[in-house]
Design a protein around this ligand. Structure first.
Ligand SMILES: *Cc1c(COP(=O)(O)O)cnc(C)c1O
Length: 237
């Protein structure tokens, strides 16, 4: 059942790629499993799925401990500095970095783990009060500051959560703006070894097809794969 959902999302990604003249191999589908039981992850894992997204550190730690080691875990939620140490050893990508202070902590934990950690800068493109993320205007300076000071933090691109809208078409300008910002930042950082603006993490259940048309290389899809979430059963941290 979950696998059917997953495949149907993949198919829609392929169709969106076809409309935009893109290769579907350029797009990674991250299955957002937050609040969902480990059996759900195992079901997809057994069919070959490896990229999963989580928002809450406590839950991520438990799942990482219980489930196969070759799962690629993506931390997609807001991350507190004092929690970085719990995931620094294995996390595939931290999607929502929006301050130099958080990046500094990631640098410290990356060094301790003798690795470099790929991150994305979270951009609040639409300027919503309720959302984390830097503004489009602040993003280039943050990338530069990280590039010049934190050699174990690999800036791999940008991430955004677009507004919740009835018509996903309304988010097209948001995705377009993030992509243009990424191109601009890439041009400014051709000399910086730890800046590789290859990843655009944008698009969720409601709007991922539009995001793919506009250049997303990662879409983060939960509900369309796992069904609606029940937060009442889960302590979130
Ligand atoms: C929960 C979440 C998603 C998945 O949202 P759906 O609408 O269920 O697809 C994607 N990105 C972030 C940052 C999330 O918190």
């Amino acid at each position: 059942m979950l696998l059917d959902n997953y495949k149907s999302v993949q198919e829609k990604i392929s169709e969106a790629c076809a409309r935009a003249g893109r290769d579907p191999k350029e797009v990674t589908l991250v299955a957002v499993s937050k609040t969902k039981p480990e059996e759900n992850i195992t079901e997809l894992y057994n069919a070959g799925v490896r990229d999963f997204g989580e928002n809450y550190i406590q839950e991520l730690r438990r799942k990482h401990e219980d489930l196969p080691l070759d799962i690629r875990w993506h931390m997609i939620g807001h991350l507190q500095r004092n929690k970085v140490k719990y995931i620094a050893g294995y996390i595939t990508m931290i999607h929502a970095v929006d301050s130099f202070e958080l990046a500094e902590t990631i640098e410290k934990e990356a060094v301790k783990n003798n690795r470099s950690i790929p991150i994305l800068i979270e951009v609040n493109v639409a300027g919503e009060d309720t959302k984390f993320g830097v503004s489009c205007e602040e993003a280039p300076a943050l990338v530069r500051q990280i590039a010049e000071n934190l050699p174990h933090v690999l800036v791999s691109g940008l991430m955004t959560s677009a507004p919740f809208v009835k018509n996903p078409e309304d988010n097209r300008p948001v995705f377009r703006k993030l992509r243009q910002l990424s191109v601009d930042i890439d041009m400014e950082n051709t000399d910086n070894e730890n800046v590789e603006m290859k990843t655009l993490s944008m698009g969720m259940t409601n709007d991922y097809q539009i995001a793919v048309e506009e250049g997303a290389t990662i879409v983060r899809v939960g509900t369309a794969i796992f069904g609606a979430r029940d937060y009442s059963r889960q302590k979130t941290d």
